[in-house]
Design a protein around this ligand. Sequence first.
Ligand code: GLN
Length: 557
Amino acid sequence: MKKYIIVTGGVCSSLGKGIAAASLGSLLESRGLSVTMIKVDPYINVDAGTMSPFQHGEVYVTDDGAETDLDLGNYARFTGSPLRRANSITTGQIYQEVIQREREGRYLGRTVQVIPHITDRIKQRIFAAGEQEDVDVTIVEVGGTVGDIESIPFLEAARQMAHEIGHENVLSVHLTLIPEVGGNELKTKPTQHSVKEMREIGIQPDILLCRSPRPMEEEMRRKIANFTNVEYDAVVSAYDVSDTIYQIPLQFHEQDLDAIVCRKLAIECNEASLERWQHVVRVYREARETVRVAVVGKYIELADAYKSVDEALFHGGIANGVRVKLVKIDSERLEKTGGVSEALADVDAIIVPGGFGGRGVEGMVATARFARENDVPYFGICLGMQVMVIEWARNVLGFAEADSTEFSPDTEHPVVSLLEEQIDVRNYGGTMRLGASDSILHEGTRLREAYGTERVTERHRHRYEVSNRYRERLSESGLKLASTTPDGSLVEAVEWPDSPWAVGVQFHPEFGSRPTQVHPLFDRFISAAVDRLRRSGDGAESRAGEAVGDVVSGGPN
Ligand code: GLN
């Protein structure tokens, strides 16, 4: 029998439901089970592609080109779950599908209603994922907070699932908050109310994950168990972690969460083996050096806008045995007030991530110039790579007006442009390039050295390309065109010739990095940062421990 776990959240948002669900997934995988993860988002948008990063954080792109919620990135970092379009469900999609069927006359004249038609469609989507041959457990994270009007159809669908295939096959895990009030007293009342709300819609939670600032005492867990009708052992203390979010699978395991889930779902499987996670936490704790990496972007105010980039930098730190401190710099501020060299004076490496629209781009161009002229390791991702090309064309080729047509449609030197504006390639026309495709890495490049292979598959999300009309001039002046699409028609990566490490990629390597298996480009980038730190002699002692309590990627957030 296939097993399903429905993860809901209570009391308030931002309790880390995605990380909790993903941590549970990783624990089950560590017992040899095959897990698939689904995120349900109750909003009406069909996908996250049209949402501003300020609204909703990073858009996570799947191999098959779906633009999804950033929680899929958490799933990718904690588990090996396949993540495709089908793993992200929104209210918008469900309604779109139901309305489409209604227009096709497939409801045979019946009145189409939330129950049963919307809820049926939700169940079909979840069962379709869970019934795949190689899936043992499907974990469904329901976005939002219990009590929200818009999540009701999803919770009703979850209730029906348990009724239809049996409570022993559908487990309800509810994440709540135990706030600290009046000094240091932890309060259980919001949790009691939240569970009451769940029960009103017909779902008795089987397991509670209680977020609190510190571990809960036994007495408090007994009280919660008693009031909520949840077994004592299944009241898990999800207390704040001191070092990194990657401790959470271990924290849950110490309280037997995986064993409790397996017992309740009657799953027979191996003991958990968690060496990989223990290794990540140990390396982080023992790291004595801290590299400072500037993240220069246009969505800096929102902590989650570059989530996968931040995490991949942390993974690079683990791979190199150092801590990574992110120095987040708003590129628009650099553009308006200057001060690039002051802002970047004591960083060990610079990364410019992706983005859309012209705001703040000049600050990124100035950043790229600073990195190139001062031999600071530089990593450009998507827009960050286009910026490298623009800066090179302006300052090395001497095309002062060089730009992307995204920002200056009438520029005299459109070194980055839409394909349809280019004379020699026409067949990709104007639409966004989304999802995984192959690139060929040229010999003698940093890229080839990092990946150790000629052909790689990476995900894309962009419209503009390095212009083929400028390819010759760029490469003759020394910019390395380090990678192209297999047919040679599009530039996929560039490198500065004499820099210690400077790579720009049109694709998004950050989506493929894991704490337990860093992406090779982030590994090499952080390694270059470490080299710079050690050369500057500023490292070990003076920076030791500085990261604790600071903005540290992968840290408790
Ligand atoms: N705005 C650029 C483009 O569309 C870059 C996109 C990105 O960084 N993801 O090509």
